[in-house]
Design a binder for this molecule. Structure first.
Ligand SMILES: Cc1cn([C@H]2C[C@H](O)[C@@H](COP(=O)(O)OP(=O)(O)O[C@H]3O[C@H](C)C(=O)[C@H](O)[C@H]3O)O2)c(=O)[nH]c1=O
Length: 178
């Protein structure tokens, strides 16, 4: 299993190792020791139709740890952490069943998932589901500096009516500014 840094501090990519034999394959997908700083407390499976975009979301308190089981995902990332050396940095990562890699996303790194083809992804979180820790902004906010390959994807009502970038920042830093 190879671990590599990305352009955004704390976003870690793990290339998984699949053991192939005559029956099929065996791949370890998670070890607590792999992930510095957090452990998974809840796992989710998500299926998405082609041209779906989930996000852009950001969390104050929890990490996301994800991998694609089938299909393809374009993962868009953007750092809004004031104390990060990579604040303001954006990056796209391609995830697919073929490239067998996982990504851990720390609090304060915005993320959006675009599916150019139907996909299933598996992801875990470091704290239990809490809608109050689910901030975000419209996927096409120019401040994200993420040029998605779609202008009109399938969105949830929540994502379609999401905040703008400055509203997201205000909410993200509300406690810090209090
Ligand atoms: C996250 C979550 C959602 N739900 C229910 C709530 C909704 O009825 C439905 C879909 O949830 P949502 O629209 O929030 O799913 P996504 O748009 O894929 O977003 C989720 O996945 C990305 C990674 C995010 O960053 C968000 O934090 C997370 O909400 O599942 C649950 O029952 N438990 C959960 O833990």
């Amino acid at each position: 299993m190879k671990t590599e840094e990305t352009s955004i501090e704390g976003v870690i990519v793990h290339d998984l190792v699949s053991h192939i034999d005559d029956r099929g394959s065996f791949t370890e997908i998670y070890r607590e020791t792999w992930l510095t700083g957090f452990k998974s407390v809840q796992w989710n499976i998500v299926t998405s139709k082609e041209d779906t975009l989930r996000g852009v979301h950001v969390h104050k308190d929890h990490y996301d740890y994800l991998m694609v089981l089938s299909g393809k995902m374009l993962l868009g990332l953007h750092d809004i952490r004031r104390d990060s050396p990579t604040i303001g940095t954006s990056q796209f990562l391609d995830l697919s069943a073929e490239n067998r890699r996982t990504v851990s996303i720390p609090p304060g790194v915005c993320h959006g998932f675009y599916f150019p083809q139907a996909a299933t992804h598996l992801y875990s979180v470091s704290t239990y589901f809490d809608p109050a820790d689910d901030l975000g902004c419209k996927f096409d906010c120019p401040e994200l500096n993420l040029s998605w390959p779609t202008k009109d994807p399938i969105l949830s009502d929540r994502d379609r009516t999401a905040d703008n970038y400055s509203q997201m920042l205000d909410k993200f830093y509300a406690d810090a500014n209090a």
